[in-house]
Design a protein around this ligand. Structure first.
Ligand code: NAD
Ligand code: LMR
Length: 328
């Protein structure tokens, strides 16, 4: 008999990202070729039928690693016994909606989901929040799950990280796999700070091959505004690349990062690099033994300090807003 299946919960399973994500999880791309999975799909009631359609397609793939699929609109049952929770479903901003309205609407989703995770998730649960505003939604959910350790809560910065890798590789005409030690700090928003200070191309410093003008006027805005550029071009927000980043994030978290390299993840700050404790912010991290560790000891120059502080200030504002709304 092989290993028992790992329960993986995906919220917003009938959405765009869900459609690009579920098939890759079931194929083994996320947890590896030796780990069977049982998928738990959480949707709102009107979208259950669409989720059932996706489940029919998953069945039709005959994935050897897919041990079963459950579909529900009940958060308690969706998260019961789950080891990996991908919180993708969120309330999109609609015309006329203020930031406070958006945060409040998301509070209505992430508070009960946090409570459900607290009530029934497996002891080894790992959570990745993808639904925007991802960092602050993670903060809301975590606040309502006091029994789940802080290091199990993450928000997705990996799409920003992957975007940054490609922009540098293109600029240097190098294979993307040669670019290492990239960092994206702060919030998954336009204030994020993609940072090449320590990045390498085939082992040599990227900083020696790019100038400050390119970094400031092209690289940083291109990466930070890429989400909006995709929406403009596609008429819908990134889906396959977001799903791919979620796969990368959980894969590396569970199975480990490459020797000599690191990745970016939104994690609960322990105060490292002067980022206030408790905020969920992008950091450079490695993973071994199934947990992320912040890469310590990096030098932060004045330019980087200002950029990090600006994005962290936005996270602190979001924290203050959800506090004043009574969401945390
Ligand atoms: P989508 O609108 O296609 O799908 C969202 C799904 O979530 C819908 O099917 C909806 O019914 C469901 N949903 C809503 N409330 C729910 C709830 N309470 N429980 C369960 N399901 C619920 O959106 P999408 O394109 O799949 O994007 C999902 C989210 O991911 C958005 O918030 C988007 O902004 C965000 N996103 C984040 C990143 C990132 O890098 N962090 C990248 C791309 C998109
Ligand atoms: C992205 O970075 O592609 C998305 O977060 C954009 C969005 O607003 O959904």
């Amino acid at each position: 008999m092989g290993p028992s299946p790992v329960k993986v919960t995906v919220t917003g399973a009938a959405g765009q990202i869900g459609y690009a994500l579920l098939f890759r999880i079931a194929s083994g791309a996320m947890l590896g070729p030796d780990t069977p999975v049982r998928l738990s799909l959480l949707e709102i009631t009107p979208a259950l039928k669409a989720a059932e359609g996706t489940a029919m397609e998953l069945d039709d793939c005959a994935f050897p690693l897919l041990a079963g699929i459950d579909i529900t609109d009940d958060a308690r049952s969706a998260f019961d016994g789950t080891s990996v929770a991908l919180l993708v479903g969120a309330r999109p901003r609609t015309a006329g909606m203020e930031r406070g309205d958006l945060l409040e609407a998301n509070g209505g989703i992430f508070k009960p989901q946090g409570e459900a995770i607290n009530a029934g998730a497996a002891d080894d649960v790992r959570i990745l929040v993808v639904g925007n505003p991802a960092n602050t939604n993670a903060l809301i959910a975590r606040t309502h799950a006091p029994d789940v350790p802080a290091d199990r809560w993450t928000a997705m910065m990996r799409l920003d990280h992957n975007r940054a890798l490609t922009q540098v590789a293109r600029r240097l005409d190098a294979p993307v796999a040669d670019i290492t030690r990239m960092t994206v700090w702060g919030n998954h928003s336009a204030t994020q700070y993609p940072d090449v200070s320590n990045a390498r191309v085939a082992g040599t410093p990227v900083r020696d091959r790019v100038d400050q003008e390119w970094l400031e006027s092209t690289f940083i805005p291109t990466v930070a505004k890429r989400g909006a550029a995709i929406i403009d071009a596609r008429g819908a927000s990134s889906a396959a690349s977001a799903a791919n980043a979620a796969i990368d994030h959980v894969h590396d978290w569970v199975l480990g990062t490459r020797d000599g390299d690191w990745v970016s993840a939104g994690i609960v700050s322990d105060g490292s690099y002067g980022i206030p404790e408790g905020l969920v912010a992008g950091f450079p991290v490695t993973s071994s033994g199934g947990s992320f560790q912040v890469v310590q000891g990096l030098e932060i120059d004045d330019f980087s300090r200002r950029r990090i502080d600006a994005s962290v200030a936005e996270l602190a504002d979001e924290q203050a807003a959800i506090r004043s709304l009574g969401l945390i």
